[in-house]
Design a protein around this ligand. Structure first.
Ligand code: GLN
Length: 291
């Protein structure tokens, strides 16, 4: 079988992606090559090369990536903690930085006996499913309003349940509406949320602007419109002493903790930084007394 050699083909793809302004051209080219060849990226250099069909397929995918279609939409998967989630049009691609918030939720839930955890604005289900995966004692709920996103979450939840994780209950609804999961009011130990928080008018990459759902991104003039409403809903869901973790934008490292501190129901608001030292999420505790 005729083969197209790997190294020069990859080098051309890297040049093409670089020219297109893709931020990690080598990684993306290697991921696409590995995807086409059906091997993990770590084994790519052991491959002989592409046959003609695969070379054409690779070329097509590199072309799409050069037009700034997200890598995860091309491969159909996004890694999140220990999970591989199905993603594509209609759902927000889970980001590595959100693994920190999920890790916080896992640590909080793991301290408790049979914790109840709620993920508001679940998207692909990444946070809820990671918590169910890493904290098997938890009863986990996720809420998502957008039907297309919910369909991806359901698909991911089914495959995690088939893999043996405790099933996550996904609810279709507006996470800020008082009737959604109302039966859980006052009983929840941990609320986690990665809501739409991008301030209107912010510059985002073409991958985000053209492929992540607008409903998952934009949060009004200061980005905190949805968070304001979520705080009220979370205060009702949480039991006294329960905790909340909220992801936020780089520019909200002070404004979000300040918003939480002004809310009568919460105390102990703390902001947390990511590995690049950017402010990334705020946590707080539901007051035990009235509020
Ligand atoms: N962090 C996301 C981004 O970079 C925004 C996520 C959100 O609004 N929840 O686009």
């Amino acid at each position: 079988m005729q083969t197209v050699p790997l190294a020069p083909t990859l080098a051309r793809a890297v040049r093409r992606l670089t020219e297109a302004g893709v931020s990690s051209p080598r990684f993306d080219a290697e991921e696409l090559a590995a995807f086409v060849l059906g091997v993990p990226r770590s084994r790519l250099l052991l491959a002989d090369g592409f046959d003609r069909d695969r070379a054409a397929r690779f070329d097509e995918l590199v072309g799409e990536r050069a037009r700034r279609v997200p890598l995860q939409h091309l491969t159909g998967v996004a890694g999140f903690r220990h999970l591989e989630l199905a993603v594509g049009p209609g759902v927000f691609v889970p980001r590595p930085e959100t693994e920190l918030l999920a890790g916080w939720g896992i640590a909080e839930a793991s301290r408790l006996n049979g914790p109840v955890v709620v993920d508001l604005c679940s998207g692909s289900g990444a946070i809820a499913l990671a918590i169910a995966n890493e904290c098997p004692a938890a009863t986990v709920y996720g809420v998502e309003r957008e039907e297309m996103a919910l369909a991806w979450a359901r698909r991911n939840a089914e495959s995690r349940a088939a893999a043996g994780d405790r099933p996550v209950t996904l609810v279709h609804g507006d996470a800020t509406a008082p009737d959604v999961l109302a039966a859980l009011d006052g009983t929840v130990d941990v609320v986690v949320t990665n809501p739409p928080y991008v301030p209107d008018g912010s510059t985002v990459s073409p991958e985000v602007a053209d492929h992540d759902p607008a409903a998952a991104l934009w949060g009004g003039p200061d980005g905190l419109d949805v968070v304001r409403r979520l705080l009220t809903r979370a205060a009702a869901l949480l039991k006294p002493g329960g905790v909340i973790g909220i992801e936020h934008a780089d520019v909200q490292g002070e404004s979000l903790p300040a918003l939480v501190r002004r809310h009568a129901a919460f105390e102990d608001a703390v902001d947390h930084r990511d590995l690049a030292d950017r402010p990334r999420y705020t946590t707080a505790r539901r007051r035990k007394l009235a509020g």
